[in-house]
Design a protein around this ligand. Sequence first.
Ligand SMILES: NC(=O)c1ccc[n+]([C@@H]2O[C@H](COP(=O)([O-])OP(=O)(O)OC[C@H]3O[C@@H](n4cnc5c(N)ncnc54)[C@H](OP(=O)(O)O)[C@@H]3O)[C@@H](O)[C@H]2O)c1
Length: 430
Amino acid sequence: MEGASSVQPQAPTQNSPPRVLITGGNGYVAQHLIKALLPRAQANEIRLAYTYNARNGVDPLAASLPGPTKDHVLAHRADLEDSDSLHMAVAACKPDAVMHLAAMSSPAACARNPEKAMRVNCPLALLDALALHSPEALLVFFSTDQVFSGTVSPPALYSEAGESGRREEEEPVNVYGRSKRAFERAIQVRPDRTFTRHSSSPRVYVAAALSLSISSSPPPVDLAVPQDRWPRHLILRSSNIIGPPSPFLRQGKFLQWLDELLETSVGPLELFDDECRSFLYLQDVLSLLCALLDSYRPSRPLEGPTAGGNVGRGEPILGAREGEDAKDASSLQRASLPASARLLVGTYNMGGPDALTRVDLGRLVWRARGGERGDCSGRIVPVRRASLNLNFEAPLNIGMDSGKLRQDAGRLAFPGTSMEIAIPEILSQK
Ligand SMILES: NC(=O)c1ccc[n+]([C@@H]2O[C@H](COP(=O)([O-])OP(=O)(O)OC[C@H]3O[C@@H](n4cnc5c(N)ncnc54)[C@H](OP(=O)(O)O)[C@@H]3O)[C@@H](O)[C@H]2O)c1
């Protein structure tokens, strides 16, 4: 086990701060999340740890974290394809909450190596390790909008249940979506069904935590039935995340690519005008995760596989309700929880308020740069993605309705910022 810090893991006690483990710490979202959580770690409100991939044993993030912060975040080597390394990382950290962000996140790379994509993106060993070392942990899993097949016609949007009116379940069209969907299924609680075991590792006994479902009361279940599902979970089906470069390693994403090309290239830039995504502001993602952790009451002490009890503890709850009048998210996130606070567990679409094409996004970037670049006509050329061969399948229209998340988390925790507001805000940060 390697660490970015000299701080040693300690056994959790009822009073010690919640332990938060972020998988894939060197990734884009993870770096932003680590930065957002560092003040809480420095204030001893949480204990923060992340995993990095075992490739070459190198952890670029450890070398890039500012000196004074290093003592407040632990690093654990863990390869999602290597069960032993996952067990060691989870055993060392004993997390109360896991933000599972590590993934093979490129659909093209997943298409080139489907077996590896399935191993990395559906890491059943992570569930086994949690069952053994942190059976009460909250698991937040970043899934994708690409679990939807993309056959809806705009302006129709996908709800959590898929395309309205369809009776059969949506099947993802590509390996990336299928591997993410596979892990969703591996962790989802289906109290009305019996599942088969996926490995010989310790079983997770579904306990009273089944009552965590945010929907109406689940049907009665036989608590003695062993299941391989993780009851205390939050699955976030994320759309494309738009934000500034990553804070420590300065990695950009689509927005940075677009902005740079629009600035530097002299010729026209071809962008898709027939592919819709509910582009999502990174700040909304961070706001949601921080609010979730700020309100989370871990279940302690940790006692091995759950056998009942602990109802009402270990619940991820959010306090800000729809329509509450408060403008400063961070102050309210830290305020005491109102009586209306309730659970946030289950599977949610996590996208922005509008389904946009790449052309729409290009125009917003252009506009955000103001008069600097003159008229954009002729510079942004719409092309039909449907007529191109990408060398892998990609869903066309996967705009999502994320109203359920906005409603259940509250607008303060998940504001649903439009790209009209987000893009100028991000580009002005340069
Ligand atoms: N960003 C988006 O727009 C978006 C949209 C929808 C869903 N998501 C999901 O959100 C999560 C975070 O996205 P992101 O953009 O931050 O991803 P990212 O930048 O690609 O980061 C993914 C991380 O996973 C790690 N990883 C890859 N293979 C691994 C393995 N075998 N073992 C351990 N770690 C491994 C990578 O480490 P190495 O680089 O060292 O391999 C990297 O740090 C992902 O699960 C992604 O699928 C993101």
